[in-house]
Write a protein of this length. Structure first.
Ligand code: GUN
Length: 298
């Protein structure tokens, strides 16, 4: 009998969003999220549209800034500074990727840490690695929610994270470590990656290569979280697949996230949760001097 469990990210995300909506009503607050989209990357437009729709459903006001590809970097930084200084804005999301002439690290670092709902500012990255209570990146936070809902306590599990991006791989490893896992991070220079992966109780695949991991990478009974969203052409039609060969993994894993309908909805749900958290923290904490508007220019 195949006792494999499909991990339903759509249902889990709906639960998180329901809780966010209920908390917003309970606290009587009206959080606002500013979303900045630079350029015309089609996938980014789809993501931003989904984020705005989910925000409205959760009771979060969204402010959209769609900027032309050739906008000067200084104008993007000026917009971020204006949003940092606006007390009616609780969260700021700068959609990635950015056009090449805008320095990603500089732009992300310009967002006030208290409004950094992506958790990409170095203050939040550092806080996560030190185990402080900070805003954490949405996709890894969503993966942790799914893993804890599937396995309960993660203490002592061997987790393998494949991919070392700032958005997923590195923060994912930090969150798993905080949950008392033994963590291995594999990447393009890893030696014997498949053998190392086959020792894992938990596999988080975030490489961006369609169907790269088949059953030969997996220990029987492991739990697989597939972060990849790749569009492929097959049999004359286009479809979305993950970094894991789903049909092959089915025979080996005890539980797995589908693509689509697994991790994707969780990323958006945790963006809303982070916006609520930011709004509550801002309501209880006077802004620090470093986040206040610059007196010399105002
Ligand atoms: N582009 C792809 N994933 C993300 C994300 O989690 N946050 C932002 N800001 N941009 C992205």
């Amino acid at each position: 009998m195949n006792s494999l469990k499909l991990i339903d990210g759509k249902a889990a995300a709906a639960g998180v969003l329901r809780q966010v909506k209920a908390d917003i009503a309970r606290h009587g607050i009206h959080p606002a999220l500013a979303v900045i989209l630079v350029g015309d990357d089609p996938a980014s437009h789809v993501y931003v549209r989904n984020k705005v729709l989910r925000a409205e459903e959760a009771g979060i006001r969204s402010l959209e800034y769609r900027l032309p590809t050739d906008i000067p970097q200084a104008d993007v930084l000026a917009l971020i500074a204006r949003l940092n200084a606006d007390p009616s804005v609780n969260g700021i999301l700068l959609q990635l990727p950015l056009p090449a002439h805008i320095e990603e690290a500089l732009a992300l670092q310009a967002i006030a840490p208290s409004k950094d709902v992506d958790g990409f500012h170095s203050e939040n990255v550092g806080g996560l690695s030190q185990g402080r209570d900070v805003l954490t990146p949405c996709t890894p936070s969503g993966c942790m929610h799914l893993l804890q809902a599937t396995l309960g306590d993660l203490s002592g599990k061997h987790a393998v994270v494949i991919g070392r991006s700032n958005i997923v791989g590195k923060p994912m490893a930090a969150l798993l470590l905080q949950a008392h896992c033994s963590v291995t991070v594999l990447h393009s220079r890893s030696v014997n990656a498949r053998e190392l992966c086959r020792q894992a109780d938990i596999v988080v695949a975030a490489v961006g290569r369609p169907q790269m991991l088949d059953a030969s990478w997996l220990k029987p009974g492991c739990v697989v979280i597939d972060v990849g969203i790749n569009r492929i052409e097959a049999g004359g039609r286009s479809r979305l697949v993950g970094d894991v060969d789903f049909d092959s993994a089915l025979a080996v894993a005890s539980a797995i996230t589908p693509v689509p309908g697994g991790v994707g909805p969780m990323t958006i749900a945790f963006l809303m949760k982070n916006t609520l958290t930011a709004a509550l923290q801002q309501a209880n904490t006077p802004r620090s001097l470093s986040e206040a508007p610059c007196l010399s220019t105002c």
